[in-house]
Design a protein around this ligand. Structure first.
Ligand SMILES: CC(C)(COP(=O)(O)OP(=O)(O)OC[C@H]1O[C@@H](n2cnc3c(N)ncnc32)[C@H](O)[C@@H]1OP(=O)(O)O)[C@@H](O)C(=O)NCCC(=O)NCCS
Length: 235
């Protein structure tokens, strides 16, 4: 059954209402993290909306095969944390930040039921995403790779990354994937964020990938957490 969109942290499933709008939102957040933050995230500018969309569509199809989990955060447009005019990645092509709509009753239990005279619509947008790759492995069925942690520049510094990672850890434990690894470019903000989330720095890989900023080779730093032994994030 289709679930109506509501603000909060969600595990993406086949039953998501309007999955194409969710993917579109994810694609915009992904692109902005590449263009505005210099994140090493598979693609280099100039970014193609259709290429990123197709890529995420394939990642979503991995959910059904048990190879991946995707956690998404939906937020009210009115709750944006920045007053800055952060332009959408494909603004020049006429694509603004994608917005989906939700009825008030799915947000606030005290509100009137949808379809009633007093029900109202709320504008929601994808404010963050993170994914857990759970590849087949007989030698390491307990390992998971945390990939593509992105928070929209419109919704930073209010705990969305932390909440999504808490959900991811809970999902990972449920799947028996207790050894999590993740990586980021040396010197980016995320290098300071992962220790705050309880991840231990394990080492560096020199010249790991091409920077989207200037095409130069940049170094990557890897983190790790054993969810059985190290403090897990709380939902
Ligand atoms: C890194 C990123 C995901 C953080 O998202 P966020 O929702 O703003 O983070 P949160 O509000 O959940 O903060 C989590 C913790 O990190 C800290 N933190 C967040 N941004 C920080 C920054 N720029 N510098 C230092 N600490 C920071 C917070 O204070 C918090 O710690 P606390 O709970 O001890 O106070 C976001 O800035 C982002 O998407 N950056 C670009 C993409 C990227 O680098 N992704 C990761 C690698 S692929």
């Amino acid at each position: 059954m289709s679930e109506p969109p509501s603000p909060g942290i969600h595990v993406v499933t086949d039953s998501f209402a309007d999955i194409s709008a969710i993917i579109d939102g994810i694609v915009h957040v992904h692109a902005s993290c590449i263009l505005d933050d210099g994140t090493l995230a598979t693609f280099l500018p100039p970014l193609s909306h259709s290429q990123l969309y197709q890529w995420w569509d394939q990642r979503v199809s991995e959910i059904g095969r048990g190879e991946r989990q995707i956690i998404v955060s939906l937020s009210n447009v009115k709750d944006r944390t920045t007053e800055k005019d952060v332009s959408a990645p494909w603004n020049d092509e006429g694509r603004t930040w994608p917005v989906t709509r939700s009825t008030s009753s799915s947000i606030d239990q005290a509100s009137p039921a949808p379809g009633t005279a007093n029900s109202t619509e709320t504008e929601l947008e994808v404010s963050g995403v993170v994914s857990l790759a759970t590849p087949f492995s007989q030698t390491g069925p307990f390992r998971g790779l945390v990939e593509k942690l992105f928070v929209s520049p419109l919704h930073r510094r209010r705990g969305i990354a932390k909440q999504m990672m808490a959900k991811l850890e809970s999902v990972a434990m449920g799947l028996g994937r207790w050894s999590l690894m993740l990586d980021t470019v040396v010197g980016l903000e995320a290098e300071r964020v992962y220790p705050r989330l309880g991840y231990e720095k394990v080492g560096f890989v020199k010249e790991y990938g091409y920077s989207p900023v200037d095409g130069r080779l940049v170094d990557e730093v890897w983190f790790w957490k054993d969810l059985r032994k190290m403090k897990r994030l709380e939902l």
